[in-house]
Design a protein around this ligand. Sequence first.
Ligand code: HEC
Ligand code: HEC
Ligand code: HEC
Ligand code: HEC
Ligand code: HEC
Ligand code: HEC
Length: 273
Amino acid sequence: MRALALALVLAGGAAPAAPRGAAPDAPDAPAPADRAGALYGRVVLDGSSRRLGVPAVTFDHWNHRAMYACRVCHVDAGFAMRAGETQISLNTNEDGSHCGACHDGKTLHDGKPVFPACSGWPLPDAGRGCVRCHTGPRAPPARGYEAFRRTMPLDEAESVDWEEAARRRLVRPQGSLDGRPPARASMRLDRDLEIVPAGSWMAKVTFSHRRHVAWNGCELCHPEIFPSTRRGTVKFAMADLAAGRYCGVCHGKVAFPLSSCARCHPGERRTLR
Ligand code: HEC
Ligand code: HEC
Ligand code: HEC
Ligand code: HEC
Ligand code: HEC
Ligand code: HEC
């Protein structure tokens, strides 16, 4: 019963909510829909833009994570893992940080220079390519998504199964800005951890360090999200995850959503939605 109630809270409650970016005039609009698709993982960046008369910027995770590991942006390029927390501006981009770490008109990707981010006041215009990022908050999903999705393995929610895509080497996110292996190779940790839900019949959770490290690197989780590496020190429950803590920092925002119960509780035969 308890699990069923939770399933309703986790899956049902979020279903009709508008995806981030579709609710343009409410910066404190509901959390992004707990569903996957082209808008899943979209962040609308509007710390200063509209205040300064410039259209807000949309950033999509799906196309970037196909090319780069999470740590490239969330460690090397200095982006926070909470929407709106990073102080991105025309100046930081122009100085080669934030988006400008790649979007500088020089850094190569697939042999071609990546189009540059902000430069020069005042208004973003199409001629200079500004509107590729300054799309305004209502931008439709990038057209490339459907074509990309068709080449990828899909999960039970019919969205890209990133884990499987990486396993089949259909996506090979690079681990550093310049494509070379990171200076300090990640420490290896291949053990799986079993997290046993306390006082519940719900099947235990298997957490794989090896699989997570491929995307994330240690620094994304330790020490900030999981402060102690001493097993069992942090106790968390589904409610914490649904509130965006622990596993919920990523799952439900960028990694597969919480409604896919069986992917974390593999003993459950199917999702409880
Ligand atoms: C190309 C750069 C880039 C890559 C690669 C990237 N991110 Fe992000 N991510 C961002 C930016 C930019 C933001 C928005 C930061 C802000 O608003 O301050 C963000 C925000 C987030 C958020 C917060 C979203 C929200 O709605 O609050 C999470 C969680 C996140 N990223 C996880 C990940 C994970 C997991 C990966 C790897 C699978 C990843 N990111 C890969 C750039 C990136
Ligand atoms: C780690 C490198 C990296 C970072 C950091 C990065 N990008 Fe990108 N981005 C790319 C590459 C590579 C492409 C695809 C190459 C191209 O189209 O020139 C791309 C494509 C895009 C596109 C697609 C444009 C189109 O018309 O198809 C948008 C929009 C975009 N990035 C916005 C952003 C924003 C906004 C930020 C900062 C919040 C950012 N990116 C940070 C590497 C990066
Ligand atoms: C690669 C993506 C990208 C491109 C291309 C881009 N910008 Fe930006 N720009 C951003 C981001 C991200 C911000 C910060 C948005 C926010 O939080 O309000 C920003 C902010 C700004 C601001 C707000 C002032 C400030 O410092 O916060 C101005 C003005 C601006 N850009 C002008 C331009 C102009 C002009 C161009 C074209 C020459 C351009 N931008 C192209 C990503 C981009
Ligand atoms: C991203 C991984 C993940 C997903 C997806 C997930 N869970 Fe969990 N679940 C956990 C973790 C981690 C715990 C905590 C284990 C512990 O420390 O006791 C947990 C605990 C639980 C518990 C034990 C009681 C409680 O409240 O913590 C129940 C019941 C549960 N999950 C049900 C569900 C249901 C139903 C779904 C699908 C709607 C779901 N879970 C999806 C990771 C996940
Ligand atoms: C996606 C998040 C994530 C990443 C990335 C990650 N860890 Fe962990 N780590 C965890 C969680 C969750 C636990 C269990 C915490 C608990 O039970 O309180 C843990 C526990 C540990 C433990 C204790 C394990 C045990 O068997 O007692 C060590 C040591 C550790 N991590 C080291 C690392 C190292 C080294 C890396 C990089 C190679 C890494 N972690 C990457 C989430 C992560
Ligand atoms: C730093 C971000 C982050 C955190 C925190 C995190 N994950 Fe993940 N996890 C990912 C990414 C990225 C993937 C790759 C799949 C995707 O993006 O959908 C993944 C994949 C997984 C998979 C593999 C799914 C499969 O089908 O093979 C499981 C299981 C999982 N996570 C469980 C957990 C649990 C349980 C926790 C908390 C103890 C957790 N994750 C914390 C980012 C994270």
